[in-house]
Design a protein around this ligand. Structure first.
Ligand SMILES: *Cc1c(COP(=O)(O)O)cnc(C)c1O
Length: 470
């Protein structure tokens, strides 16, 4: 440490090798092969620049410089590895929030993953009718099995589905919507914004808590384009409320030749009432009223890839399909492959067994308690770690039914000398990162959203909290 704060020696600086010299070394040629010459050049320059700066400022002595020079290749390799790592990385969701928008919403089923790999690795009949050898249209036939007599159009996400529907039927026209349904949905989906960009004009009716069918009727005029209903999947109005039924809206639409469309949000295809959730309307019930079209997300309670699904009468869907916007909003083959495999589980009536988000909802709390106890038993001997199993609540989450809670068990985590915030940071810095929840100054781990195959990683992350670890 003797050289610290002394004037930098020109001699030390001259010991740093030149970039050209390094790049000719065998180990660096290997790195160039693996990471590309441009990335290697960039990483080498920046490592050398940092060492030069450290020498100039007298932050390292001769001995430390020796060490740094001996490890040059390692430093450059570490930099290259982190620079070329993908930014998207898998993690352990221990929040207990099942459809978590920040964490990628629905993880795919085994069948969906296989379908993606199969279609991704080969050519396919995306737009070919195999029988006739002629051009076909990219579509999904299996979704049609769920909705007999209806046509299906799949686009990039539900926001795109709503945009397309509005633009197809209400360009420069009015869309009638209840004021009570205009409440902001999540942080990112605001019906009024989408409406405006679709070229439609908003015609709000009723009050925040009461909208009657007569309010809709009174708003109809020669420039009305459609009637829109938005399923309040993100909020719930309680108490003194009133809204028109879908049947009433459909009858009104028919009488005036106007399409009636329902944005279903999360798109519940099966009732989850048997699993402790409130009775929510399912898509089929809405379709039975004779409604023109419904739309919903692919990656909320359907449990598939990001997509927006429009289900409607052949005439209405055909109008949407012919809209040039449909071309800009279309999905790719990988999404279609994953979606068809996901939907297949519903067609075969096995959604709760095969679709991860539904399986998580249906897992009994007692099973989660057993898993929690297994983990705490494994870590009993870890010094400085304070774990207990407590009752808690999981959430369906983000844009699906965020306020709906399911009883669960959680592991409450404390670590000697660390605040809850510090514990959470430590867990997030593991590989894979573990994201949990903080409540009342304790970190809570909910295994409902942790795959059993991730329990090893979770154990390792929790072990990293042991006393004396830094
Ligand atoms: C989530 C949600 C949307 C947006 O769906 P994305 O698939 O995320 O585009 C639209 N409407 C409702 C009612 C929603 O709940």
């Amino acid at each position: 440490m003797s050289a610290r704060h002394e004037k930098p020696s020109g001699q030390s600086l001259s010991r740093l090798p030149s970039v050209e010299h390094l790049l000719q070394k065998k180990e660096f040629l290997v790195l160039a092969e693996k990471f590309g010459r441009r990335e290697l050049l960039f990483a080498t320059r920046s490592v050398l620049a940092e060492q030069r700066e450290a020498v100039r400022q007298g932050r390292i002595d001769e001995e430390e410089l020796d060490h740094a020079l001996a490890c040059l290749e390692d430093s450059v390799r570490a930099r290259l590895t982190s620079a070329t790592d993908p930014s998207l990385t898998p993690l352990v969701n221990a929040t207990g929030i099942i459809v978590h928008t920040n964490l990628g919403r629905a993880p795919l089923s085994e069948a969906a993953i296989e379908a993606v790999a199969l279609i991704a690795s080969s050519y396919n009949n995306l737009e070919l009718d195999i029988r006739s050898g002629k051009r076909g249209h990219r579509g999904t036939y299996i979704l049609g099995r769920l909705f007999p007599g209806r046509e299906i159009l799949v686009v990039n996400n539900n926001a795109a589905a709503v945009l397309l529907a509005l633009n197809s039927f209400a360009l420069s026209r009015e869309v009638i919507i209840s004021r009570g349904e205009l409440v902001e949905i999540g942080g990112s989906f605001r019906v009024p914004d989408i409406l405006e960009r679709s070229g439609a004009r908003l015609r709000e009716v009723g009050t925040t808590n009461k909208t009657r069918i007569a309010d809709y009727e009174a708003a109809i005029n020669s420039s009305t384009g459609l009637i829109l209903r938005v399923h309040p999947s993100n909020f719930r109005m309680i108490g003194f409320t009133e809204s028109a039924s879908t049947e009433e809206l459909v009858a009104l639409g028919r009488a005036h030749g106007l399409p009636v469309i329902e944005d279903f949000g999360s798109g519940n295809l099966v009732s989850l009432a048997a699993h402790g959730l409130p009775e929510e309307p399912v898509v089929e019930t809405s379709l039975k009223t004779g409604i023109d079209m419904v739309s919903f997300s692919g990656d909320k309670l359907l449990g598939g890839p990001q997509a927006g699904i429009l289900v409607g009468t052949p005439e209405r869907i055909s109008v949407c399909r012919k809209n040039p916007l449909a071309r800009a909003l279309r999905v790719d083959k990988l999404t279609l492959a994953a979606l068809e495999a996901t939907v297949s589980a519903f067609v075969r009536e096995r959604p709760l067994e095969e679709i991860p988000v539904l399986k998580m909802i249906a897992t009994p709390a007692s099973e989660i308690r057993t898993r929690c106890r297994h983990i705490t038993a494994e870590l009993e001997a870890v010094a400085g770690l304070d774990l207990s199993v407590e009752e808690g609540l999981s959430k369906v989450g983000g844009g699906a039914a965020p306020e709906e809670e399911i009883p669960t068990f959680v592991i409450s985590v404390g670590a000697e000398g660390l605040s809850a915030q510090q514990v959470h940071e430590r867990l997030r810095s593991q590989s894979p990162p573990v994201v949990a929840r903080i409540a009342e100054d304790r970190v809570l781990i909910d295994l409902r959203t942790v795959f059993p195959r991730q329990e090893g990683a979770l154990l390792a992350a929790l072990s990293s909290l042991k006393r004396g670890q830094d």
